[in-house]
Design a protein around this ligand. Structure first.
Ligand code: CA
Length: 229
């Protein structure tokens, strides 16, 4: 899950980004409205957390341009401006939710989870796949009820595959889901993640298949109900 955090207060941006990364999200930060607008035009984010008072381009203009391009990525606006007419204006511009500064971390994370679920059309945050259970809200996984020990990136790879059961995803898509732009990407990194995941999942009959030249898919276990995607 990739989040673009647009905030010109560097200390605040660092703190929020760190908290969100610890929760397993890939977070890019932009301190300038023009930069944010440029990155958003690429359309590779699952959520935008957007400050309003920004250099370069005001947050509400970033939002207006995003919606003007008919991009549907959920936007959570953060602002010190609390006035009702401001909220109404932002909702009219296409904001999905609104947080008044100072932002409480727990509240930010709860709203981020809710918006990402809504953005993906996932109503239930639990995915059942045979003996594997994923709680996408709590970012935890269980095999036969026993908690699975996963690193943040293993979790992110598993979640990505589990939300696309039986659909082939290529290495680029997985890398995009896992890596921040500032990270160094080694050619074998994805293979390593997949191989570690496999060794953790295969004892419970959860299989990640390789399709040569195309990518990977998580095979739907025979006894599982339809995956919630
Ligand atoms: Ca600001």
């Amino acid at each position: 899950m990739r989040i673009l955090l647009v905030e010109d207060d560097v200390l605040l941006a660092d703190g929020l980004a760190r908290a969100l990364r610890q929760s397993g999200y890939v977070v890019e930060t932009a301190a300038d409205g023009k930069v944010a607008d440029h990155w958003l035009a690429d359309g590779s984010f699952d959520l935008v957390v957007l400050d309003l008072g920004l250099p370069g381009l005001d947050g509400s203009e970033v939002l207006a341009r995003l919606r003007g391009r008919r991009q549907k990525v959920p936007v959570l606006v953060m602002s010190a401006r609390e006035a009702l007419e401001e909220r109404v204006r932002l909702l009219d511009l296409g904001a999905d939710d609104f947080l008044v500064k100072p932002v409480a971390l727990a509240e930010l994370e709860a709203r981020v989870r809710a918006l990402i679920r809504r953005g993906q059309g996932i109503v239930d945050s639990t995915i059942h796949l045979g003996r594997l259970t994923l709680d996408t809200a709590g970012k935890r996984a269980w095999l036969d009820g026993a908690a699975l020990d996963l690193t943040a990136r293993e979790w992110a790879a598993l979640e990505f595959l589990a939300q696309r059961v039986n659909r082939i995803v290529n290495k680029d898509q997985i890398m995009q889901a896992l890596y921040s732009w500032e990270d160094e990407i080694t050619p074998n990194a994805v293979e390593k993640f997949i191989s570690r995941l496999r060794s953790k999942l295969e004892p419970a009959g959860i299989v990640i298949r390789t399709v040569r030249g195309l990518g990977y898919y998580l095979e739907k276990p025979p006894e599982s109900p339809d995956a919630v995607v």
